[in-house]
Design a protein around this ligand. Structure first.
Ligand SMILES: [Zn+2]
Length: 1063
């Protein structure tokens, strides 16, 4: 034993010596250790090649990732089919054998694959993966459940991987069956020769790879380290110590791996070096980045709505599977509609998602039904986006969102802060203004103040993206680009593939954990919107304030593109308003035999409308298939809405055989006196009280005078105005018939109603963008086909002129100009057959008005914008949006242009233009081709625009008095308002309180005022002020006056909602 001990001891000494020697060598004391020159470029190149999936893969680390390969034993295919998993699992005989190299398709069709996998027994203790490449998106099902998606490219350069076993064990099944449901499209659709080009609907797809592999975890982890060190070396400032450290750590890792022949010990030593680098902590007080997983899924864009349902399922199941593995991983997810889709179509995913929502890791955000367009939806539509969104989140998850989330929308209305506040939301996140073409927005974290003075805290993630890939340069930009550093030293960082879905990857999470507290970078923590905004609130007193709209200096063509969709949107908004008014009016009559309020059907129609307000549908930036689907939804709303109107009408009106008895609906909150067309096509001048359904009250009025002149011009005159048109339909004179004088409103030597055509070729985003240089290509439309003449239908109550012109090479426009008795507006009913290529049609009016600003209607109010180009901010607003009207006024005089379905305006000096039609060719090459019908009106006025009635007139154009055959037994009237400044915008049954009705009013002038609301036929039991979610605002009830009225004070542009219980 003793001898043995000596022998052993002697061997130990020898071993120690050897170890010491080896240490000396690795410390560089060996004469054979070579120190290279400090050559940055070659060292960077060396690391790059060591990671390359293309070069030197026989000797680099990439080539060592996958060690063993085996084919998928049997592949079977079934499709195209829209069958669900439950359906296909019952019809196995439909599946046919399929091999690598076989094709399937075409674009947007759906297919199923069944994979029989046999794992070699020698792969024990290995990580086993499936690699499956078919050039499109797929969802893997295992044991009857969806488990993971195949839909994004990751850092391996391999597109589609799925972990079959993290570590294949003896007791695991060697035989594995997987199903893959496949959508024949990539993440961003299938544009022909370019992402935003029209879809290649005939594309076929090929299965190019189907194998199982083992992944060497040591190589994988070191590979991740090296990738990051390489990126850090390139991203950190070249003269910084950390950049050099990163580069030399990477270089040393390569040396160790090569010298150790990629041994287990070599990997351990290599990882020690990287660990040392990544655990060198950031300094105290460093910028804090709140990272959140994110997956922007456009509800429809370069793919149809139906495909989005599968995109959500694919993206979310992968996210949830990653949550199982990464306990700190948080993910934010917007759009209640997408949750509802997954609930209905993928209950297994929804069940799992609910668990993580409860844990606070899968976080519903935004509070809206979809991520809507921020400009075009009406005020009430905006409100319903929040109502339907917040209601869904409350019912499903017991929470309401505390932040509004609209990262990808093309501008934000100046009344959104008030609407957000009304929905219980005080924080807002977007980043889209980083796309501004001209001006850099000056803040990242700031107070945003709306037209009524309401405020929210607003954050633009300084990395300028909602789809980060967790790269060092993104984290560095997030820190360096934050324009409010000092005021707020914290930012949001949203990571995950987006737009077409995808979401975070495992690689992103690994990178994030390595960089979470790493000197040279900001401090990163996995976080939530609540945690982030709580941090911001701590220093909110230091933040700057931005007042007014968040205008995007890009995508300004989206106010006009896809005219039909915009028209449907406006018409459906009005229709739903009228449906809700009629049914509430009916309920207020307390008639026993009246059918119950059709809440379910009204909600269904609202949801369709809200869906189509998605930020690529309503703006007109989607492919043709989406536009066709959207129109089908609109047609459903129009058709089903009419059924609801007629059902209400049947109960309200006594129908007689006498075809000359008519009743009228006035759903607006002021009395109207105007010329109407009766169902028998005859005209009458009638009075219709506010908020009522009444029998016809015919009134007397002065006739319209139509005066053809010798020079081919024709004049129209009524009690309010007179105007003259030339033979091309151009307005040569416009004057008010008021006592104070009759200023000529058309600028001398100019023409109003001048149609003008512009070249409209953007830099890239065809359907989206109109560039400022289009204004340099103005071409007036002068080719008269049919000269102006008096229509056969012209009569004393309505003077009617007609003309037609040729536009461009292939288009025609016919216009009917109308002036009604006693009306303050000239109406231009327009029919266009539009067949142009990259042309923009507008109508222009050079007014004899001097002002430095024009006023534009927005949701529940209006705002002024400059009509000059003093600054880059002014000139970048060369094409702006408005709702029903825009006005140019000087003191005591002005002219407004009203419209029934248009949104684009531009005013330069005294010339106002209304944008009518565009003709982009991508992503829908048939966009706007064909026939269009729309109406605009010109309203000259004295006094201010508020006093002139412009606001009311624009409502009236959009919501004409509606005639019904039959007689109302007793005139039905809901309510009366005692001021012109307040408008009752919505009247509906309460969603929450069974017996209450909801009245929503807003102050429309920008004034402080009192409004008395008198309920006509009913006694009021109780009135409560509430927010838009119909939660009472204060404990004390509102006092009810003896005459069934109540009074409320309004501040400028204030929206107020009241719950009213009737006796
Ligand atoms: Zn989007």
């Amino acid at each position: 034993m003793a001898n043995k001990r000596i022998a052993s001891s002697s061997r130990d000494n020898w071993g120690e010596k050897l170890a010491r020697k080896s240490m000396e060598i690795s410390n560089g004391n060996s004469p054979f250790h070579h120190v290279t020159l400090k050559h940055r470029r070659t060292t960077l190149g060396r690391v790059d090649k060591f990671l390359s999936p293309i070069y030197f893969t026989d000797v680099n680390i990439f080539g060592r990732l996958y060690q063993r390969h085996a084919p998928v034993m049997l592949i079977k295919h079934f499709g195209p089919t829209n069958s669900t998993f439950q359906e296909i699992s019952k019809c196995e005989n439909h599946f046919k054998n399929f091999i690598v190299g076989d094709n399937f398709g075409p674009t947007f069709s759906r297919h199923w694959f069944k994979l029989s996998i046999e794992i070699p027994s020698s792969w024990i203790r290995e990580k086993v993966q499936l690699i499956w490449d078919m050039g499109c998106e797929g969802l893997i099902w295992r044991n009857n459940k969806p488990v993971f998606s195949l839909n994004y490219e990751d850092e391996f350069g391999v597109k589609k991987r799925y972990n079959i076993y993290e570590k294949f064990q003896q007791h695991n099944d060697r035989s594995v069956t997987l199903y893959i449901s496949v959508s024949c499209n990539r993440l961003l659709g299938e544009g022909k020769n370019g992402m935003i080009n029209p879809t290649d609907l005939k594309k076929m797809f090929t299965l190019t790879k189907a194998e199982i592999v083992t992944l060497n975890s040591d190589a994988y982890n070191t590979f991740l380290d090296l990738c990051l060190l390489h990126e850090l070396a390139k991203s950190l400032p070249e003269d910084s110590q950390r950049s050099t450290e990163a580069l030399y750590s990477a270089n040393e890792i390569i040396n160790i791996l090569v010298k150790s022949k990629f041994s287990e010990q070599g990997y351990t030593n290599a990882r020690d070096i990287s660990k040392k680098f990544f655990t060198t902590k950031t300094r105290d007080g460093e910028h804090i980045v709140h990272a959140m997983g994110h997956c922007h899924i456009d509800s429809a864009w370069l793919w149809p709505y139906s495909e989005t349902i599968h995109k959500c399922a694919r993206s979310w199941i992968s996210t949830l599977t990653l949550m199982d593995k990464f306990p700190d991983f948080t993910f934010v997810c917007s759009q209640a509609q997408q949750f509802e889709w997954v609930k209905e179509n993928y209950p297994e995913i929804y069940k799992k998602l609910k668990i993580y929502v409860k844990e606070g890791r899968f976080i519903p955000v935004g509070g809206t039904w979809i991520e809507m367009d921020g400009n075009i939806p009406s005020g009430e539509s905006m409100i319903r986006q929040f109502v339907f969104g917040q209601r869904f989140f409350l019912e499903e998850f017991g929470i309401t969102c505390k932040e509004f989330w609209l990262p990808d929308t093309f501008g934000y209305s100046a009344n959104l802060p008030q609407i957000m506040n009304e929905a219980g939301i005080h924080n807002f996140l977007t980043q889209k203004l980083s796309w501004n073409l001209v001006n850099t927005f000056p803040h990242n974290t700031f107070h945003w103040e709306g037209i009524d003075g309401s405020r929210v805290i607003c954050h633009f993630p300084p990395g300028d993206s909602y789809g980060m890939h967790v790269k060092p340069e993104e984290l560095l930009k997030t820190m360096s680009n934050h324009k409010d550093k000092g005021r707020s030293d914290t930012s949001v960082f949203l990571f995950g593939f987006g737009d077409g879905g995808g979401g975070p990857t495992e690689g992103m999470l690994h990178r994030l954990s390595r960089m979470s507290n790493c000197a040279g970078l900001p401090k990163v923590k996995m976080s939530t919107p609540d945690q982030f905004f709580a941090d911001v609130v701590k220093t909110q007193d230091k933040l700057c304030t931005w007042v007014g709209e968040l205008f995007l200096e890009l995508h300004n063509g989206t106010y006009t593109t896809q005219a039909k969709i915009k028209k449907f949107n406006r018409k459906c908004e009005i229709l739903l308003h009228n449906i809700e008014f009629m049914w509430t009016l009916a309920e207020s009559q307390k008639k026993k035999d009246f059918p119950p309020y059709p809440r379910q059907e009204i909600d269904r129609l609202w949801k369709l409308l809200l869906l189509n307000q998605f930020h690529d549908v309503l703006p007109g930036s989607s492919i043709e298939l989406v536009n066709q689907d959207a129109c089908k939804y609109y047609e459903d709303i129009m058709k089903s809405g009419e059924i609801l109107i007629n059902t209400a009408n049947k109960s309200l009106i006594k129908h007689t055989k006498n075809k000359t008895e008519f009743s009228f609906l006035n759903s607006l909150s002021w009395d109207r006196k105007e010329v109407v067309e009766l169902p028998d096509k005859s005209l009458s001048f009638i009075f219709c009280p506010s908020l009522s359904m009444t029998s016809i009250h015919i009134c007397e009025t002065d006739p319209v005078i139509v005066e053809p002149q010798k020079n081919g011009m024709i004049s129209l005159r009524n009690s309010k105005l007179r105007c003259t048109f030339d033979n091309g339909g151009r307005l040569v004179s416009l004057q008010l018939n008021n006592a104070e004088g009759s200023k000529e409103l058309i600028k001398s030597s100019h023409f109003g109603n001048q149609l003008v055509l512009f070249d409209d070729v953007p830099l890239f985003w065809d359907a989206w963008d109109v560039m400022d240089y289009h204004l340099e290509t103005r071409s007036p439309v002068l080719d008269v086909i049919e000269p102006l003449h008096v229509s056969e239908k012209s009569c004393e109550l309505r003077g009617i002129l007609e003309f037609s012109v040729r536009i461009g090479d292939n288009s025609k426009l016919k216009q009917t100009i109308e002036l009604d008795a006693d009306s303050p507006v000239i109406r231009f009913k327009t029919f266009v057959d539009w067949q142009e290529n990259h042309k923009f049609l507008k109508v222009e009016f050079p007014w004899n008005i001097h002002s430095t600003k024009a006023t534009h209607e927005v949701q529940f109010g209006h705002l002024e914008r400059p009509n000059h180009q003093n600054t880059s901010w002014d000139s970048a607003r060369f094409e702006v949006w408005a709702h029903k009207w825009a006005d140019l006024s000087e003191y005591n005089c002005g002219v407004a242009i009203l419209n029934d379905c248009k949104y684009g305006y531009s005013t330069f000096g005294s010339t106002m233009r209304l944008s009518l039609l565009r003709s982009p060719k991508a992503p829908d090459d048939n966009a706007d081709m064909g026939e269009h019908e729309f109406t605009y009106e010109v309203m000259p006025h004295s006094k201010s625009l508020q006093e002139s009635g412009v606001i009311k007139q624009a409502f009236q154009l959009n919501n004409p008095l509606r005639a019904f055959e039959g007689k109302v037994e007793n005139d039905l009237k809901l309510a009366n308002l005692n001021t012109d400044a307040v408008i009752l915008d919505t009247c509906k049954k309460s969603d929450v309180h069974k017996d209450a009705m909801l009245l929503r009013l807003y102050e429309a002038f920008g004034s402080s005022t009192e409004c008395e609301i008198t309920l006509s036929n009913s006694c009021i039991k109780k009135v409560e002020r509430c927010n838009i979610l119909e939660e009472p605002k204060e404990s004390c009830d509102i006092e009810i006056n003896e005459n069934h009225s109540f009074t409320s004070s309004f501040s400028p542009f204030q929206i107020q909602s009241f719950l009213v219980w009737l006796d």
